[in-house]
Write a protein that binds this ligand. Structure first.
Ligand code: BGP
Length: 466
């Protein structure tokens, strides 16, 4: 189709593809000389935490099937694909000897992608702390920051000749929430002070990895992928506005500002200091963060936060959580995903992008995850045996319209990656919510079938718009 016939044309070279992560799709969790990470350990010790007791060993078997999967990526129109390196597969002890089998695997994946004209994007950390590193404190520990930087350097050395787009973290706020606040990642603590230290160390680790990358004089770009959740106040009452601002500071700007601007927001520092949660910062750390900002920003967007002022004075003995500063409310008439329970608010993606243009120097960015999870998706299989996920096609279109508008208004959006390529295992939720352009039938030897949305995505990418 000619570009002039499209309602929503996108520029030449726009990235169409998807995102994934090692633990969620490789499988082979204890094979190929891989070391254990926190997910393997948690599953071994507390399998009942996982939906239907399904653990990381059963993730989509990309480790064995990467070749045919990459053919399916072609068939679904990918010109780019983001995956993560499993730190504990590459360096089984977290620090030290490199696993030759893992090097071979990642080299094979990279080469196969390039051979098929799919640009590989590599993310270095997607929630999968090696167990040995967690045992010495995980992100709370300075030693882990140093080990992470050595791991990052190793990745640059091994794969930097072919990789043009690197990312230091995916959604760095999530391990902080999961491990230190809300209990959905091992070790499921509830300790705000430790959460702040861990967050600071993630920011520092990212800056130090960027510093190392720059020293190597490779020709690629290095960025970070952050999940941004726009916080909308219930009303323009100053107390509601203040509550939304605090949610924004804690969940968005805590990583966005240091990554892009090299500094933490003053108001955030005040908030943290006033509670006595100031992290340990070594001499030179703030300079390292200042000097090593990202050159590309990946944005994950799923849903907004609807925030109101706190109605009651928080009980001082209750666990200290970010919700001490605000409450959530159910906005009347908001659109919900009936199959996952998350709000769908398409304009949120536009608001986020405009914020990047107006307040973050209009840095080059791309949508690094956007997707619609569906529980029990098998019910939508049509007569031809494929999943008729028109709801997902609508979801993508409605978000892309807003991305398009932001681009018309000058935001430097370079691409759109969906979550995700094929149905995958999602941490404690395991296979509960399906997101793929391709379905995976666990009970039929992980059989892959392209969904209706996968076919639609192929047209989207071939036409470069819709
Ligand atoms: C994102 C994560 C992904 C994935 C996705 C879906 O925040 O980056 O790793 O898990 O959420 O989550 P869920 O399966 O819980 O709906």
């Amino acid at each position: 189709m000619k570009q002039s016939q499209l309602d929503y044309p996108f520029p030449k070279g726009f990235w169409w593809g998807s995102a994934s992560s090692a633990t969620q799709m490789e499988g082979a969790a204890s094979l190929g000389e891989k070391g254990p990470n926190i997910w393997d350990y948690w599953y071994e010790t507390e399998p009942n935490r996982f939906f239907q007791g399904v653990g990381p060993e059963h993730t989509s078997q990309f480790y064995d099937q990467y070749k045919s999967d990459i053919q399916l990526m072609k068939e679904t129109g990918h010109n780019s694909f983001r995956f993560s390196i499993s730190w504990s597969r590459l360096i089984p002890n977290g620090d030290g000897a490199v696993n030759a089998e893992a090097v071979q695997f990642y080299n094979n994946v990279i080469d196969e992608l390039i051979k098929n004209d799919i640009e590989p994007f590599i993310n270095l950390f997607h929630f999968d702390m090696p167990l040995s590193m967690q045992e010495i404190g995980g992100w709370e520990s300075r030693a882990v920051v140093e080990a992470y930087v050595r791991y990052a350097q190793k990745c640059f050395e091994l794969f930097g000749d072919r990789i043009k787009y690197w990312f230091t973290h995916n959604e760095p706020v999530v391990p902080v929430e999961g491990q230190y606040l809300y209990g959905f990642h091992y070790p499921a603590l509830c300790d705000f002070k430790k959460a702040v230290q861990a967050a600071f160390h993630e920011v520092l680790a990212s800056a130090k990895a960027i510093e190392s990358y720059k020293k190597m004089n490779l020709s690629g770009k290095i960025g970070i992928i952050i999940n941004l959740t726009p916080s909308y106040p219930r009303s323009q009452h100053p107390m509601d506005v203040e509550a939304a601002n605090r949610a924004d500071l804690l969940f968005n700007r805590s990583f966005l500002d240091p990554s892009v601007k090299g500094t933490f927001p003053e108001e955030l520092i005040e908030l943290i200091d006033q509670e006595g949660f100031t992290p340990i910062i070594a001499g030179g750390d703030l300079e390292t963060i200042k000097e090593n900002t990202v050159s590309l920003l990946g944005i994950n967007y799923y849903q907004p936060r609807r925030v109101k002022a706190k109605e009651h004075v928080p009980n001082p003995s209750a666990p200290f959580l970010p919700e001490r500063y605000f409450d959530y409310y159910e906005m009347h008439g908001r659109k919900m995903n009936p199959y996952r329970g998350w709000e769908i608010y398409e304009k949120g993606i536009y608001d986020l992008l405009m914020n990047i243009k107006n307040n973050y120097d209009n840095i080059d960015c791309f949508i690094a995850e956007n997707g619609m999870g569906v529980e029990n998706e098998g019910r939508f299989i049509g007569e031809d045996g494929i999943i008729e996920d028109d709801y997902r096609i609508d979801f993508y279109k409605e978000h892309l319209k807003w991305v398009h508008k932001a681009m018309e208004e000058g935001v430097n959006v370079k691409g759109y990656h969906v979550w995700t390529f094929m149905d995958n295992w999602s941490w404690l939720n395991a296979y509960k919510n399906r997101y793929g352009l391709v379905s995976v039938k666990l009970e039929d030897d992980y059989k892959r079938t392209i969904k209706k949305s996968g076919k639609w995505f192929k047209n989207l990418s071939s036409n470069n718009g819709f």
